[in-house]
Design a protein around this ligand. Sequence first.
Ligand code: DAK
Length: 258
Amino acid sequence: MEFIKLVVEGPLAVITIDRPKALNALNRQVLTELEQAVGQVAVDGALRALIITGGGEKAFVAGADIAEMAAMSTAEALSFGELGHRVLDSLEALSIPVIAAVNGFALGGGCELALACDFIYASEKAKFGLPEVTLAVIPGFGGTQRLTRIVGRARAKELIFTGDMIDAVKAKELGLALDVLPAAELLAHAKKIAGTIAKRGPLAVTRAKRAIDGGADVALEAGNQLEREAFAALFGTADQKEGMAAFLAKRPAEFKKA
Ligand code: DAK
């Protein structure tokens, strides 16, 4: 892969979008490689968390590639949008938690990529925005939907209608970024949190992710039903027996994802 780096460090995987000359902009090749990397993560049963970040000093991802999109026909735009949605959906559907470490510009498709992750940590240098209307288009990789679900309709409309960028502090205020870190500490912080998650019962983490995501767009009763089913199913796992036995024996648990 030319523009995507996938590095596995024990139970953690780090994907770096690495096309710094174009501020890591997402063209078809980058998206296709990203899809491939996400596919590799999906089948690696030893992984417990994934971190996504941007290569170089300036950008997480500065958007879909404007040079590639400039001459697209409607049919080509439809196919490009389908590719972007497919890649972000596959990321969102991973059974392990995905953390975006936003180290710079996260604009347009880059902001949408971060929004498809489970949560976002931002460096002090990060800037978020959906500037598509400045190009006379709209977000095409799920931004109108995922941003709205996080910040609410009115804020999403303000950001999308103006196309203005916000800094990391404002992103935190809106609930878009969880925390703001000095640039030099961002990745280490994401790895620390990912490392903590990696020690927890992996099947439980996955079930919790499914219950939270599956319950987000349904009535409370239906969401609670998802939780009840997941809770009960976990009692059929060896890890649940191990986790509770370890607690009672006052020793660390050794989970086997079984
Ligand atoms: N695409 C292509 N190249 C980009 C780029 C992008 N999104 N962003 C930056 N670059 C390139 C620049 O062209 C420049 O290339 P060279 O001139 O050196 O060859 C290089 O990266 C460095 O950028 P700058 O020289 O501009 O760097 P500055 O520090 O001065 O400015 C900036 C940084 C982030 C403020 C500026 O680069 C900028 O405004 N970039 C564009 C940001 C943007 O508008 N992003 C949103 C893109 S639109 C859809 C599907 C998807 C989408 C929409 C519809 N359908 C299927 C319908 C998604 C749309 C978008 O994401």
